[in-house]
Design a protein around this ligand. Structure first.
Ligand SMILES: Cc1cc2nc3c(=O)[nH]c(=O)nc-3n(C[C@H](O)[C@H](O)[C@H](O)COP(=O)(O)O)c2cc1C
Length: 197
């Protein structure tokens, strides 16, 4: 009995010690452009990332973001839809995820009229919020990512049979880094934020 309790405590301490703070995750996450082909990403890990993404806020809780996950043989089919520099950037990648959103819902009234000037840009906004949580969960699991905007949307639609009512946004590569790149320079808070009283 006592041994059981001590085993449970050990397990608990292992979890606590491995927990990373948000700041640590933000510092660790980088866009990786060379992956270790010997290290895979499991379906279970991807499901955890999608589950985290589902917790994102969304317009009227519409949750229109979709994840089309290419694994195994499908990876090369998705790679064929990327710009040449992104084929190079995804060398050794284990999984490629095509992000879409169901358009004409978020940012639109029931009548079909756009609620304001942004229209479907709100759907892209929701997809970005969802993707941010997806990337952070990946980082927590020790999985590296690269977001790719240079891709052929129609070729992706054909190869993964993506329905017409979905707009293709980005492709996210998943895998494990071969090396850690430098942190690209960031703007400072005083440039990005304006405070009003
Ligand atoms: C919407 C979006 C599109 C991007 N498209 C590409 C791309 O096509 N190819 C690429 O190598 N990186 C791409 N990136 C990665 C950015 O270049 C990268 O996030 C940025 O340089 C900051 O580096 P960091 O992610 O390591 O902090 C994209 C990132 C975002 C958010």
């Amino acid at each position: 009995m006592q041994k059981n309790v001590s085993l449970q405590l050990n397990h608990f301490y292992t979890i606590i010690n491995n927990m990373k703070t948000l700041d640590e995750l933000l510092a660790w996450r980088r866009s990786i452009r060379k992956f270790d082909a010997a290290k895979g990403v499991s379906r279970e890990e991807i499901e955890q990332m999608v589950a985290a993404a589902i917790e994102a806020p969304s317009w009227k809780n519409c949750q229109t973001t979709r994840y089309h996950v290419a694994m195994g043989g499908a990876v090369d089919r998705v790679k064929a839809c990327l710009a040449p520099q992104n084929v190079t950037a995804t060398e050794g990648v284990s999984v490629l995820v095509v992000v879409t959103f169901k358009h004409n819902i978020v940012g639109f009234e029931r009548t079909g009229e756009p609620t304001n000037e942004l229209g479907n840009a709100w759907g892209t906004y929701d997809a970005g919020l969802s993707n941010a949580l997806f990337l952070l969960k990946a980082a927590e699991l020790g999985i590296d990512t690269i977001v790719l905007g240079l891709r052929d949307a129609e070729a992706l639609r054909r190869t993964l049979d993506i329905p017409e009512e979905q707009t293709v946004v980005s492709v996210i590569g998943l895998g494990h880094r071969v090396e850690t790149p430098e942190r690209p320079k960031r703007k400072t808070v005083d440039v990005v934020a304006t405070f009003h009283e």
